[in-house]
Design a protein around this ligand. Structure first.
Ligand code: ZN
Length: 691
């Protein structure tokens, strides 16, 4: 998906953790199966054929090819829709198979384009991909308002629980598109959905194509790791020119000793997206509210939460309150410690020392170094990027019995950039081909600047189709910190969810699960990087890599809990803000943020505009950000099965076969029950955050 997450990124990355996620851009239709018998065109340069062989990423030669392929896709979908609507036979499982064929046809074109929109160095290709997305979403709105297709779907008698769930998800998607509304309201729903697609694209594009540059003298960069600035371009005055990539911003905020340097970088990062994105977010939330009202719901949160595990806003609010109660006093203790550290560092009187927002990462790192002798920068020498990737592959091999093998780059059909790589995934025992993974590790201009996974192609048992996923991160070429290794493992968890799924229908493959469950399998794995037994796998994949000193890792584990009060309070704020913005009372995004952040102990910094870069809620996580905390409850519970041995292959295999293999074709609560042998329990989560 895009992260932080709330995902519980390690401490004090308050605002940044927002980007570890799984991308569900096409997810509007995920719940829905699209289409049809695959009349594959001979022109297909964007598409790839069905096969159990490794999937070859179709790299279109021009924007024109993208546009042509997009029109071919839409023509195929419309033909399939006509067949579905006019069928004379009583509808049966064949109709569900037709829907699966439509999903696959859609993925063939849109799956790779979704990745290219985020990573292609060619603006014309990115723009053509966005245009195709808009055309497709417009078509999808029409399709899901087709009353004849809906009527036939309602007549289908599901053969088993998998068909029943797929059918229910599909009918829900039609109903949420307005198939049962009066015609005038249907028209407005389509208009709003078209507008939402365009607005979200615009919001994301402003962040991705941001050209902000900051200039710093060598003295101003005191304390910042040399890897951040040493090779940066310099201006005529010799100042170093830095951008807003995470690989630059985070280490600088954690290490730069000059407060004005941190403040400048923090303010710039907090303005990513700019005032224009605040205005776009305002329109997005207004349109979402109008959409909910058209369906008779009082808020967008009410409209979407009824389809989630949490069921209702009241249940989410009750959960968030419990989290807040658990961490509130701890947040104050954490902040008091950081303020004391600042006073001591600057030799100031504690009473007159004020902790600023651009101080938190810096002083948290200082406390960690002082108290636990841990400096995240120390880890880079142990975790070269390539070896780190091989390490997570080896972990998957041990735990889940799968092997990742690099595929040579084809000169005839290169990927989108020379840094991108292809790997095939096979079952270690049977040697069966399971799927294909694409990886893009390093930052560059115009590239999506967080960390995320795109499930561009899902498993379909009906078509013997294997999944494909793309893992996109932005790491320092010199190596990863332990935090970044955790991020890599988190994203890899999303990729495994896609690649190891064996669902009957592509629309339910891998990460196509309810939004408040989707982070759980990834969050579960984050814990693994603190286990010395797990880290020893590095030696198996990198002979020249020196092992992490056991004492350093032990200190990192001890330091891990420091700052949890701040971290969880921040997540609580993000989730509460998202719910309030999509709640019953209309609100202006920046004013609401200033008010809610202003009520926290560190207050709101005038001029900062965090929501302008809050991609989650501009996109698919609207009224869904709470899902990171909600999923973490499930992740902590899943971890209990591995508590004795995080490399236990028997438990890993059982997890693969019960949780990962089923994707979204079984309800999350049932998956948890099957794997754990009991109902979900929140105690592990609250024990962990109160530890
Ligand atoms: Zn994630």
């Amino acid at each position: 998906m895009c992260s932080t997450t709330p995902a519980i990124q390690r401490v004090l990355r308050p605002d940044f953790a927002v980007m570890r996620c799984v991308r569900r851009r096409w997810g509007l239709c995920l719940a829905v199966a699209w289409v049809v018998s695959v009349a594959l065109s001979a022109v297909s340069t964007v598409r790839a054929g069905e096969s159990a062989a490794p999937y070859r990423f179709p790299n279109p030669g021009s924007a024109f090819v993208v546009a042509v392929e997009c029109q071919l896709m839409l023509a195929d979908l419309k033909q399939a829709e006509a067949r579905l609507a006019q069928g004379t036979e009583p509808p049966g499982p064949a109709l569900l198979a037709e829907l699966d064929a439509m999903t696959r046809r859609t993925e063939d074109t849109l799956g790779p384009l979704a990745v290219l929109v985020a990573v292609s160095p060619r603006k014309a290709i990115r723009d053509a991909g966005e245009a195709c997305d808009r055309d497709y979403q417009a078509y999808a709105s029409h399709f899901q308002q087709n009353a004849a297709v809906y009527a036939r779907l309602q007549q289908v008698q599901p053969a088993d629980d998998i068909d029943r769930r797929f059918l229910r998800d599909t009918l829900d998607a039609f109903e949420d598109s307005g198939v049962a509304l009066p015609v005038d309201r249907q028209q407005r729903v389509r208009e709003i959905n078209d507008e939402l697609t365009a607005l979200t694209q615009t919001f994301e594009r402003r962040i991705r194509e941001d050209r902000t540059q900051l200039f710093f003298t060598r003295a101003e960069l005191a304390g910042a790791p040399t890897g951040v600035w040493q090779r940066a371009p310099r201006d005529a005055r010799g100042r170093y020119r830095l951008g807003l990539e995470q690989a630059t911003v985070f280490p600088l905020l954690e290490n730069a000793t000059v407060p004005a340097t941190r403040e400048r970088m923090w303010r710039a990062f907090q303005s990513l997206g700019g005032v224009e994105n605040i205005e776009t977010l305002a329109v997005l939330t207004q349109r979402r509210r109008e959409l909910a009202l058209l369906f008779g719901h009082a808020s967008y949160a009410d409209f979407v939460l009824r389809r989630r595990m949490a069921h209702s806003e009241a249940e989410v609010q009750a959960f968030l309150s419990t989290v807040k109660d658990a961490v509130q006093s701890r947040e104050l203790t954490d902040l008091a410690e950081l303020r004391a550290e600042k006073a001591a560092h600057l030799k100031q009187n504690l009473d007159t020392t004020v902790l600023d927002r651009w101080d938190t990462s810096f002083y948290a790192e200082r406390v960690r170094r002082a108290r636990y002798a841990v400096d995240q920068e120390q880890f880079r020498r142990y975790f070269p990027p390539g070896a780190s990737l091989r390490f997570v592959f080896r972990l998957a091999e041990r735990l889940f019995g799968v092997t990742f093998t690099p595929v040579a780059v084809s000169a005839r059909q290169p990927l989108w950039h020379p840094d991108a790589r292809t790997y095939t995934v096979t079952d270690r025992e049977t040697q069966a081909h399971l799927g294909t993974l694409f990886v893009d590790l390093y930052p560059r201009a115009d590239k999506f600047n967080h960390a995320a996974v795109w499930s561009l192609r899902n498993a379909s048992g009906l078509a013997d189709r294997r999944p494909a996923a793309a893992l996109v991160v932005n790491f320092n070429r010199q190596g990863l910190t332990l935090d970044e290794l955790e991020t890599l493992l988190h994203e890899f968890g999303h990729a495994l969810h896609s690649l190891l799924s064996k669902t009957r229908y592509a629309a339910q493959g891998g990460t196509s699960v309810q939004l408040d469950f989707v982070e759980a399998p990834s969050q579960m794995l984050e814990d693994w990087v603190y286990d010395p037994q797990v880290l020893r796998l590095f030696a198996e994949v990198c002979r020249q890599c020196k092992p992490v000193p056991p004492a350093l890792l032990a200190q990192a584990r001890a330091a891990r809990d420091f700052g949890k009060g701040i971290q969880f309070s921040r997540q609580h704020l993000f989730a509460s803000y998202d719910l309030a913005l999509h709640g019953r009372e209309p609100a202006e995004p920046l004013a609401l943020w200033a008010q809610m952040e202003g009520a926290t102990p560190l207050g709101h910094v005038s001029g900062s505009m965090f929501p302008a870069g809050f991609e989650h809620i501009a996109g698919g996580y609207a009224a869904g950000y709470y899902g990171y905390l909600w999923s973490l409850v499930l992740a902590e519970d899943l971890r209990t099965a591995f508590v004795a041995d995080r490399l236990d292959a028997r438990v890993g295999r059982r997890y693969r076969e019960t949780v990962l293999a089923n994707g979204g074709q079984v309800a999350p609560a049932e998956l948890m029950q099957r794997f754990l042998g009991r109902a979900t329990d929140r105690r592990a989560f609250f024990n962990a955050i109160e530890k």
